[in-house]
Design a protein around this ligand. Structure first.
Ligand code: ADP
Ligand code: NI
Length: 215
């Protein structure tokens, strides 16, 4: 079995029972979307792109006391167990380090086309119908209210304040989700984002109308 197939099988097993929005279904979609976006970027190394997509959430900082190196470290450990060459491991680790959203006011530059593709694929899965479902699943997992009009959205300008955030879930749309279409790297991803973004805007408008009993 090649290293991509072995990694897919390992991650599928590891995330089978994950209910916080970082489940195998999410990782699989990011993997498929990264491959799809890569068809418009033939210069991308498919092994780096696919391995990074599969491993990007292996140890999310949100569930490791904010330890931002937990993901790259766990990816390295797995790839070493598969006898991956050091140069490949370093490239995958770098992508994983660069993928995550860190607050509206925090720049998240990518240093490779492979990181651009995986970051875009991950962000596309945070918007649209699936993105809405994931946001409320995450909020539920954290025991947060759906919405509270007295709590204003915050444009987090540091990773630390974004990490500490515990606002109602609807705020997350203003603090992240509705901005993601403008935080994409590739034209291919921007194209996919259009319909998903429009759907989310319609959704939020309806949510607010129903919330106040107007609708
Ligand atoms: P990314 O993979 O873009 O770095 P995260 O790992 O931060 O995103 O988030 C994973 C999923 O959980 C996404 O769908 C995201 O929108 C959702 N999520 C993260 N933080 C919150 C929050 N405070 N409220 C609701 N959903 C959230
Ligand atoms: Ni992800």
């Amino acid at each position: 079995m090649d290293i991509i197939a072995a990694t897919a099988q390992f991650i599928e097993q590891k995330f089978a029972d994950e209910g916080s929005g970082h489940d195998w279904a999410h990782i699989r979609r990011v993997w498929l979307m990264a491959r799809r976006l890569a068809t418009a970027a033939p210069e991308a190394d498919h092994e780096v792109t696919e391995l990074a997509a599969l491993l990007h959430d292996i140890a999310d900082w949100k569930f490791h006391d904010g330890d931002y190196e937990a993901g790259p470290r766990a990816a390295r450990e797995w790839l070493r167990s598969q006898q991956a060459p050091e140069a490949l491991i370093v490239r995958v680790e770098t992508v994983i380090r660069e993928v995550s959203f860190k607050g509206l006011g925090v720049a998240t530059p990518v240093s490779s086309i492979e990181a651009a593709l995986v970051q875009d694929a991950d962000r596309l899965d945070a918007i649209g119908a699936i993105g809405i479902a994931r946001a409320f699943a995450y909020g539920g997992h954290k025991g947060r209210p759906l919405h509270d009009s007295a709590v204003a959205p915050v444009a987090h300008d540091s990773f630390a304040s974004y990490q500490k955030n515990s606002a109602p879930t609807l705020n997350h749309f203003y603090e992240k989700l509705l901005h993601l279409k403008d935080r994409l790297n590739t034209d291919a991803a921007r194209q996919v984002a259009q319909e998903r973004h429009a759907f989310m805007e319609t959704y939020v408008a309806r949510f607010l109308a129903e919330w106040d009993g107007i609708d």
